[in-house]
Design a protein around this ligand. Structure first.
Ligand code: SF4
Length: 324
């Protein structure tokens, strides 16, 4: 962090650092913008990060300050000013808070309500995705969201399953997200009969897996998500995140390499083939934003210089020709 940024943070934490200020991108629905709000839990951190869970994740450390609903309101107003030329054309808003947006202790209903109210005022906005852990995907949360969005808007819950393999997710990543609780979240969403969807995060090449094993695992995780979606009648999309060493994961898995780009493409090709084979309309979004937590920024910049345009084209068109 630059000294000038530190000063800005000290005086005005509601103004986001450039590392969490996302650029509008494209996905299968049109223009997409991620908005990062502050976490309202202790010290502004995700409760699971505090409990030393999720070994791959530095994001849960938050922004170094506990937010209040007033500060998040100020941040929302900042976004309205900062993105004033583009917000009106966004089809898909993605709401983050370095944790779970559906947990009242991390994002008060006041903040969530302010955000949804704004999203529902954006005529072109068709979809609003909310990042959350599984236990907060409850009738209470979902009713609240649906009650505030326009009838022609769809809500989606972003669930970081990462890997369908319990040993990888629970043991290697220390993410104690149990299968039965994932199923419960799907069951809760399914009651809304398609008005709410799920966006499943897949961490490509998690610790322990490389090469063909990593490719196979990402396809298995996609199948797991598609099967759950089918069983509970929930529309499902996927966010594909290639692994990078974060501060935390570097300490715990110093020898595990960043995701191999050629393998990432092979995995995406097979995932797309699986989707098409099932005649599913599930979409894949390749997420490359790291909020500057990637500990190998030089390599990252080089990789993205080469692939960013292809990823963007793939995300918009869902066409595998951009992966060759
Ligand atoms: S992966 Fe999600 S739940 Fe886990 S520490 Fe990070 S933000 Fe929190």
């Amino acid at each position: 962090m630059h000294i000038s940024e530190e000063k800005t943070m000290a005086h005005k934490p509601a103004i986001p650092k450039t590392s969490i200020l996302f650029e509008p991108v494209r996905d299968a629905y049109g223009k997409r913008l991620a908005l990062v709000f502050g976490n309202e839990f202790k010290n502004g951190k995700c409760p699971f990060y505090i409990k030393n869970q999720c070994y791959h994740c530095d994001i849960g450390a938050g922004e170094g300050v506990k937010f209040t609903p007033e500060m998040n309101k100020e941040r929302l107003n900042f976004f309205r000013r900062h993105y004033r030329g583009v917000l009106g054309s966004m089809a898909h808003l993605v709401i983050y808070n370095s944790g779970s947006t559906l947990n009242k202790a991390e994002m008060s209903r006041q903040t969530l309500g302010d955000i949804i109210e704004h999203a529902s005022s954006l005529k072109k906005c068709k979809i609003v995705s909310f990042d959350s852990r599984e236990m907060y995907v409850t009738e209470d949360s979902l009713d609240y969201i649906i009650g505030k969005l326009r009838k022609n808007q769809q809500a989606r819950v972003i669930l970081g399953i990462e890997s369908q393999n319990d040993r990888i997710r629970i043991k290697k990543l220390n993410k104690t997200m149990k299968r039965e609780n994932i199923a419960k979240a799907f069951e809760a969403v399914g009651r809304y009969k398609g008005k709410i969807g799920m966006d499943i995060n897949i961490l490509f090449q998690p610790p322990e897996l490389v090469g063909e094993d990593a490719i196979k695992e990402s396809v298995e995780t996609l199948k797991y998500g598609l099967n759950l979606g089918k069983r509970h009648k929930v529309p499902v999309d996927f966010n594909f995140h290639p692994y990078y060493p974060s501060k935390r994961s570097k300490k715990i898995y110093p020898n595990h390499p960043r995701a191999d780009f050629q393998d990432s493409k092979k995995a995406l090709l097979r995932m797309k083939a699986e989707i098409e084979g099932r005649r599913s309309d599930a979409k894949i979004f390749i997420g490359w934003q790291d909020e500057r937590h990637d500990q190998q920024q030089r390599i990252r910049i080089k990789e993205l210089e080469k692939e960013m345009e292809n990823f963007d084209n793939f995300n918009a068109a869902q066409d595998v020709k951009f992966l060759n």
